[in-house]
Design a protein around this ligand. Structure first.
Ligand SMILES: C[S@@+](CC[C@H](N)C(=O)[O-])C[C@H]1O[C@@H](n2cnc3c(N)ncnc32)[C@H](O)[C@@H]1O
Length: 424
């Protein structure tokens, strides 16, 4: 029987970050930074428990020059980085990010606040020469899904380009992923996308992507659709495409998943029984700690609630399934979208018959995507909703990263044969 892999942050790394943090900070400061009780930190210090889920928060306390362990470290680049959800999973395993590209200024702000120092965030990836990107072991990219236009193919064919993928994909952001893989030949890549990438443009988009990565770039490619509901109380199906430069024992289908249904909204909703953590970086922005209640601004106005009910009724009458999604403590939410800021209709929290439902707060959205409470939200609510709706379920990425890790670490670093010998 397959054993379930340990997921989430690496326990060894967490202990290592803690001991480094203790050399520069007092236990009370660490507790304040992580938003935990001082006794919790004390238990970590005397090794009664391990701060596994606080690895990321502890890492933020360390200077940038904090060395990564040789035996566990690998390097990676973070393309279409958003707010770094994929980065977090690979960093928690001891990976070191050497290059980031994200062109949205507000996402850059959140990213910079949460992954300080190191290197600057590069903007538009289409303007970056692949040769200017540092060498790396893993390329990570949650690239936007775009069709490959047939008109583009014939035009490029006429130009007599050397590589098929350049002909077929130029002008799309996948082209930029492919040209960087071609130039840098990382040991592995992980690409993330919406589930219907497979059926997009009648299957043509995915077919071009698969052929490019396997046939033209020579990688060993596997993919799997994973539902975030294995890790958080949210249905969020995403395709994850993983490729290795060399043959490996990686078997995506063998990745055991925690059972679905183990997570419900009560894990992520603000607690109104007095146990909601008081995060210094949030203050009372989302939750009023003196009245133990979510701020009223998240409750729908009568006008919006009436509109959403009317809209749902109209579609129900026509036999369509569109409508709002009400959740309670025991629910699993629908997919959080980047449009959540508009009316929040896909996930509305039920507040009893005498009160309109409310939207999730941005902190609850962060939790719904699996970000730890140490994650800072330095942008407006509207921007934050967009950023979390565009991001990934961190636990899904951590689970896949864990399976990839043995193929990325130092003792696995056999050199690649030069391209000219590869077909021999
Ligand atoms: C689906 S989101 C990826 C989110 C990311 N995985 C995360 O965890 O937040 C795609 C991101 O690509 C960025 N993007 C789109 N075109 C870009 C370009 N040409 N150069 C750099 N970033 C780009 C968008 O701003 C967006 O944040």
């Amino acid at each position: 029987m397959a054993t379930v892999l340990q997921t989430g942050p690496d326990r060894g790394m967490a202990a290592r970050y803690l001991s480094a943090a203790l050399q520069i900070h007092k236990q009370a400061e660490i507790a304040r930074h992580l938003g935990v009780d001082a006794r919790t930190v004390r238990r970590w210090v005397v090794e009664q428990s391990v701060p596994a889920h606080y690895a990321f928060g502890l890492q933020r306390l360390l200077p940038m020059e904090f060395p990564f362990p040789d035996n566990a470290s690998f390097t990676f680049i973070d393309l279409f980085a958003g707010i770094g959800g994929i980065r977090m999973a690979f960093e928690d395993l001891g990976g070191h990010c050497v290059f980031t590209s994200e062109w949205d200024g507000y996402a850059q702000k959140t990213y910079a606040e949460n992954y300080p120092g190191g290197h600057q965030i590069n903007g538009d990836i289409t303007q970056v020469a692949a040769s200017d990107i540092p060498d790396h072991d893993v390329l990570l990219a949650g690239f936007p899904c775009q069709p490959f236009s047939i008109a583009g193919v014939s035009k490029k064919n006429a130009l007599g380009r050397a590589h098929g993928f350049a002909c077929e994909t130029q002008g799309t952001l996948f082209f930029d992923v492919a040209r960087i893989i071609e130039e840098k030949r990382p040991r592995a890549f992980l690409l993330e996308n919406v589930k219907n990438l497979v059926s997009h443009d009648k299957g043509r988009t995915f077919d071009v992507i698969r052929r490019t990565l396997s046939d033209e770039l020579g990688y060993h490619v596997q993919y799997r659709v994973i539902d975030g509901a294995h890790f958080v109380p949210q249905h969020r199906e995403r395709i994850i495409i993983v490729g290795f430069r060399e043959p490996t024992s990686f078997d995506f289908d063998a990745l055991p998943m925690p059972a679905k249904g183990g997570h419900t909204m009560q894990e992520i909703l603000h607690k109104v029984d007095g146990t909601e953590p008081n995060l210094p970086w949030d203050g009372d922005r989302f939750f009023n700690h003196s009245s133990c209640s979510v701020n009223e601004k998240y409750t729908l106005t009568d006008k919006l609630w009436a509109y959403l009910q009317g809209y749902a009724e109209k579609h129900r009458a026509k036999g369509n399934g569109f409508g709002f999604g009400l959740v309670t403590q025991d629910s699993v939410a629908r997919t959080l979208s980047a449009r959540y800021y508009k009316d929040g209709s896909e996930i509305l929290v039920y507040q009893g018959e005498s009160k309109n439902p409310r939207r999730l707060t941005p902190r609850e959205c962060a939790r719904l995507m699996g970000f730890p409470d140490t994650f800072r939200i330095p942008v407006s609510d509207t921007r934050a909703y967009k950023q979390f709706g565009n991001s990934v379920v961190v636990g899904v990425m951590a689970h896949v990263a864990k399976l990839m890790q043995p193929m990325l670490t130092a003792n696995n670093r056999e050199p690649e044969l030069p391209l000219r010998y590869r077909s021999l």
